[in-house]
Ligand binder design. Structure first.
Ligand code: 1GP
Length: 251
C-alpha cells in the first residue's frame, strides 16, 4: 500500500534534510514514560517514531501506538523483530529483508508467512534492505538472526550489499550495528554506501552522542535512529534532534 511516510523520507532526502527517528521498544516503556518521551519529541521536532524490538514480549505495541496517535502527528513506523509485530494503527512498516545475512528465512521465508497479514493490515509497506554491521559485541539482532554481520571495516562488502539491495528494488537501506552496539557504524562505511545509492539510507545501533549523529549525517545518513541511549537518558532527545537537524548538505 502506498502512504505518506515514504514520500516524506524521499522529499526530505531531496531537500538535503536529515531526519531523526526515536526507536521505542514497547517492552521497555511505561505509559508515563512514553508521555514524557512524546512531549520531549514534539518539542525537539523528532521526525519519526520507530517501534519494535528483537523480541517484544509484552502486548504493549497497540497501546503504545494509540497513546502516541492521541497526542501527536509524528509518524509511527514499525521496525519489527519478527512478523508478529504488526499493528494497523501505525503509519508504515519497514518490511525488512536481511540482505547482509545468508539466512533464507530472514531474506524471504518469514515474508511468505507474513504477507497475507501485512496486506490485510493496510499498512504502508516500505521494502527495506536491512544490513547488520558488526558493532563490536554480539547483539540481540545478530544472535536472533543467526547470520554473521558484515565486518565493521569491510566497507566494500557493505557497499556491494547496499547496491545489490537497491537494484533488487529495496526502497530504503538500513545499516544497523544492533541495539546497544559498542561501536556504531563507521562514518567511512556510511559515506561509501551513501555515495553509491540513491534511496534513503537509515543508520542506527550504538549511537549515543550528538557529535556522532552530526558526523553520520554529514557522511550521508538520511535517517538516524537512536533507541538505547534515549531509554537511559530521555533528555538526550533534544540534543540529538538539534544535531541531526543542524546538518546542512548541498543537494
Ligand atoms: C537498533 O538501530 C537501532 O536496531 C537502534 O540502536 O538502541 O543502540 O540506539 P540503539
Amino acid at each position: 500500500m502506498s502512504g505518506k511516510v515514504y514520500p516524506i523520507l524521499t522529499s526530505r532526502k531531496l531537500a538535503g534534510k536529515k531526519s531523526f527517528a526515536v526507536l521505542i521498544d514497547p517492552d521497555k516503556i511505561s505509559p508515563q514514560r512514553l508521555d514524557t518521551l512524546i512531549k520531549l519529541s514534539l518539542d525537539a521536532k523528532v521526525d519519526f517514531f520507530f517501534m519494535g524490538g528483537s523480541l517484544v514480549l509484552t502486548n504493549n505495541l497497540n497501546e503504545s501506538i494509540l497513546q502516541i496517535k492521541k497526542s501527536c502527528a509524528i509518524p509511527v513506523v514499525l521496525f519489527p523483530g519478527n512478523p508478529s509485530q504488526l499493528s494497523p494503527h501505525a503509519d508504515a512498516l519497514l518490511y525488512l529483508s536481511l540482505i547482509s545475512g545468508r539466512n533464507a528465512e530472514l531474506l524471504i521465508g518469514q515474508h511468505v508467512i507474513s504477507a497475507p497479514a501485512v496486506k490485510q493490515s493496510g499498512l504502508e509497506v516500505i521494502s527495506t534492505g536491512y544490513m547488520v554491521i558488526d558493532g563490536g559485541a554480539p547483539t540481540t539482532v545478530s544472535y536472533i538472526s543467526n547470520a554473521a554481520p558484515i565486518p565493521a571495516d569491510k566497507e566494500d562488502i557493505a557497499l556491494c550489499t547496499a547496491m545489490a539491495g537497491e537494484m533488487l528494488g529495496k526502497k530504503v537501506i538500513y545499516m544497523d550495528a544492533g541495539s546497544g552496539a559498542r561501536m556504531p557504524v563507521s562514518e567511512t562505511m556510511i559515506r561509501k554506501v551513501a555515495e553509491n545509492i540513491s534511496v534513503p539510507l537509515i543508520v542506527g545501533g550504538g549511537i549515543r552522542k550528538p557529535e556522532t549523529v552530526y558526523r553520520n549525517g554529514k557522511a550521508g545518513a538520511d535517517v538516524i535512529v537512536v533507541g538505547n541511549a534515549i531509554e537511559k537518558e530521555v533528555n538526550l532527545i533534544r540534543e540529538i534532534a538539534d544535531a541531526v537537524h543542524s546538518v546542512l548538505v548541498s543537494v
